[in-house]
Design a protein around this ligand. Sequence first.
Ligand code: R5P
Length: 294
Amino acid sequence: MRSDVLLYFDDEAGAALRLAQAASLAPAPVARHRFPDGEIRLQLPDPLPARVVLLRTLDRPNDKLIELLLAARTARTLGARHLTLVAPYLAYMRQDIAFHPGEAVSQRIVGRFLAELFDAVITVDPHLHRVTALQEAVPVAQAVALSGAPLLAELIAQRRPGALLIGPDSESAQWVSQAAARHGFEHAVCAKQRRGDHEVDIQLPALPVAGRPVVLLDDVASTGNTLAQAARLLRAAGAATVDVAVTHALFAGDAAQCLREAGVGEIWSTDCIAHPSNAVFMADILADALKRLD
Ligand code: R5P
């Protein structure tokens, strides 16, 4: 094939074509057939050039990890010498220790699995809690962690100038303070205690919110309960509006509806995961990272 290739799956065609254009890559779909018993068959372009990029965001990750195994191993047999995974959302990063005896430390296991398949991994706002560098979780030659926060901050500055920017937990301080430094938002974070998959306790920061537009900024909304609980408290405290901006729109089940019922107005997300709330596109930022790889 002519130039470096971007392999992608049909359900990510939109993001793939944006990335291919931004990074000057030749887009090539991977054909996929699902057998009645649930197994899959993949077919890649043959032959492949020496440098190949594979785009696969890892929401709903379990089937996709098998796809990565089949696609990466096949790409090597078809001529790929340098294989980069662009996984805008990187799954299984939250279980970084065994919280109870016998638990699988999924972050390490999935990280090593990816490192055995790829030469480079690029992702966005990976959920790294107890490790500081992506390479500790994904021990690959080049591990690149980008952020969606600057794009979201720019959007918030346009749509809600003068908003109070709130992070729903202490971990969100990194994105909130970064966005505030750039656009001068007043900002703070809540305190959060998780009691289960669907139960969180939130304490609002001690600053007046009555009559003010508030935007909640976080890396990921999964069940939506974290943001919904923060929004409920903010509305009860008199916030004029509460909007939400997240890098990763996982929105499991009825998460979006749960946010609306909590009094959230706008929901904005990056296109790391395709979702109707996507309001900013990561293609240029991902393309820059691809160009900087060895
Ligand atoms: C946790 O620290 C993350 O930043 C998110 O706040 C969390 O994963 C959101 O989960 P959920 O939407 O299920 O409350």
